[in-house]
Write a protein that binds this ligand. Structure first.
Ligand code: ATP
Ligand code: MG
Length: 220
């Protein structure tokens, strides 16, 4: 489903973020990308989402080489992806409901179906009762769950999450890990970049360990 073949990523300025990374993630897998700060975890997710392009090698999703992806095909890729990225900010001048509804509005879904799906997504993350609140009124953990609801509302086949438990205490981090587990049980391919031990211990995922841009052999 997701494939890296000898992928290098160099950023302007000469920083080598990934070096000769090859891997496969199959449909329905639950994978954690682990590694120290700067190891290249976020870069891997950005390559899968086609937010960044590899400097060498090939990244493909569903057998489609992302480099050959025409601009017109990009929305199709994005519809298959749910992204929980740190730089995807919430809209604080809109309600919780509207924040989740936004991707569906862009997709042109009708009001009734939108409402049904947004409620279902908010219900999954335990925020259904807060639909009309402003995201400002939510705690950090609740805001994190709101971001997850927004990422899954269009029912993506693949969920990519970058440090989804950053700044959360172990209880809340565990709750989020359990949430990802439930999506995975429902058939979603889940890829999480994290160094949160709570998440790794809770999920017991397949681990991809990065060290200074290189993929290490399978962890014990
Ligand atoms: N847009 C960019 N321009 C230049 N260098 C970048 C850019 N993005 C990342 N880097 C560099 O690439 C390397 C890998 O960064 P990346 O964000 O992938 O690491 P990470 O494993 O996600 O780290 P963290 O745990 O701190 O989030 C780092 O040295 C970083 O400084
Ligand atoms: Mg990162």
């Amino acid at each position: 489903m997701i494939r890296f073949e000898h992928v290098d990523k160099r950023y302007p300025g000469g920083i080598i973020a990934l070096q000769d990374v090859s891997l496969r993630i199959e449909r329905g897998e639950l994978v954690v990308i682990a590694g120290a700060s700067g190891a290249g975890k976020s870069t891997m997710l950005k390559l899968i989402a086609a937010v960044e392009q590899p400097s060498a090698g090939r990244v493909s999703v569903n057998d489609e080489d992302l480099r050959g992806l025409r601009a017109r095909a990009l929305p199709y890729l994005r519809r298959q992806l749910g992204l929980v990225f740190q730089d995807h900010k919430l809209l604080f001048d809109r309600s919780v409901f509207d924040n989740v509804a936004l991707p569906l509005a862009i997709a042109g879904l009708g009001r009734k179906e939108t409402s049904r799906r947004v409620d279902a997504a908010l219900d999954k993350v335990g925020l259904l009762g807060r639909s009309h609140a402003s995201p400002i009124a939510l705690s950090g953990g609740e805001q994190q769950r709101l971001c997850i609801a927004r990422a899954i509302v269009h029912r993506p086949a693949i969920l990519l999450a970058d440090e989804p438990t950053g700044n959360l205490d172990p209880d809340h981090a565990g709750a989020i890990a359990t949430l990802f587990e439930s999506f995975n049980r429902a058939g979603v391919t889940v890829v999480i970049a994290t160094h949160d031990r709570v998440v790794i211990e809770r999920l017991r995922p397949r681990r991809l360990d990065l060290q200074a841009g290189r993929l290490l052999e399978a962890a014990p």
